[in-house]
Design a protein around this ligand. Structure first.
Ligand code: KG4
Ligand code: ZN
Length: 342
């Protein structure tokens, strides 16, 4: 089968991503982020994100097309994230994708954002093997998946019951008086602290959680524990050791993410772990994942960060795989599904 030329549109959160691929080859990956506009709120504001997508989409499409050295008429298909994500933000991308597909008379593929993250790995140019376990951690999701086949067999093993891991970083940063987004700030502050200084709780890890929530995550209890610890220090008139709090908090998040991911590898007898999502930028997460995976005989794959954070190329890559596997396009009747299952 010929390698399809696909343009992918990603607007599930605060990144307006347009990517173009030819089969498994990345041609362009343009990102416009409204992150700065959310900074003063300390988190992504859905309405603000949707409005920003509307303004950013057209210029992003033009930039991606120019960078890829193609014209829109060359495209074989258009792809778009239909969920999960922020409904209003998704709708803007879906509207644009439908308009593009209809005006160009090209087939349209609605794809799942999480499966898109998994597809990003294909664009690294290295040989991709399945089955693999995938750990996807960002400001919007924390999911553990078992991928037996990218286009036909992706199983959600578990996900967060409350905050996403990135959201937890952002909230703790705020408590510590650090700016948004909090992940990089905590990472920096943690470099000066002792990860063993304070033993913060590992959510969903008690024996009683293991039957039903073995692969699920919870970070709200951790957030409360950190806030309470800081309050007690302040009430006692003692200074808050920001480095130690950041390092100990980061350690708790990293520990539970890596422990559950490798547990999934072991129990499903899968010697591969794929990491994705913006939190993968975390230095300690990479370090601990690589260290413990090596000890467990698990090979870790970490695509470049531009493919780990939300982007349009992964959406185009997934659609290209669907096309090459013979999947029929979507009808134009689909909408945004903020809780779309894999
Ligand atoms: O995938 P991403 O760019 O998009 C959204 O989910 O919107 O992820 C952003 C999230 C933010 O919550 C940010 O604080 C977190 O990823 N993040 C990090 C680091 N860099 C970004 N979290 C921990 N450590 C980091 N170094
Ligand atoms: Zn994402």
């Amino acid at each position: 089968r010929a390698e399809p030329l696909v343009l992918g549109i990603e607007t599930s959160c605060d990144e307006t991503g347009i990517g173009i691929v030819r089969g498994r080859t990345l041609l362009s990956n343009t990102i416009a982020s409204s992150m700065d506009e959310h900074a003063r709120y300390g988190g992504v504001v859905p309405e603000v994100a949707a409005r920003a997508h509307l303004e950013a989409l057209q210029p992003a499409i033009e930039a991606a097309v120019a960078e890829a050295g193609i014209t829109l008429a060359d495209l074989d298909a258009v792809a778009v994230t239909s969920g999960p994500g922020l409904a209003g933000a998704l709708m803007v991308g879906i509207g644009a994708a439908k308009a593009l597909a209809v005006s160009l008379d090209k087939p349209l593929y609605a794809v799942n954002h999480l499966v898109g993250h998994i597809a990003a790995d294909i664009l690294t140019g290295e040989e991709v093997q399945y089955p693999t376990v995938a750990l996807l951690v960002s400001g919007g999701h924390t999911s553990l998946l078992l991928v037996r086949d990218l286009v036909s067999d992706v199983e959600l093993l578990g996900e967060t019951m409350d905050d996403a891991a990135g959201e937890a970083f952002d909230k703790i940063a705020r408590i510590l008086g650090l700016p948004y987004p909090g992940g990089p700030e905590i990472d920096r502050a943690a470099a000066t602290g002792d990860p063993a200084a304070i033993r913060f709780p590992r959510g969903m890890s008690r024996a009683s959680d293991m039957a039903e929530h073995r692969y699920d995550f919870s970070f709200s209890g951790l957030k409360t524990a950190v806030a309470r610890w800081i309050e007690q220090r302040e009430a006692a008139g003692e200074p808050v050791p920001v480095g130690d709090v950041a390092a100990s908090f980061r350690e708790a998040v990293v520990d539970v993410l890596v422990t559950k991911a490798l547990d999934a590898c072991a129990r499903h007898d899968v010697p591969r772990l794929l990491l994705g999502g913006g939190v993968i930028a975390n230095r300690r997460l990479r370090e601990v994942a690589l260290e413990r995976a090596a000890a467990a005989g698990v090979a870790v794959r970490i695509p470049p960060l531009s493919l780990c954070t939300d982007n349009g190329a992964m959406i185009a890559a997934l659609a290209a795989e669907l096309i090459m596997s013979g999947r029929a396009p979507s009808t134009l009747a689909f909408g945004a599904d903020s809780t779309l299952p894999v």
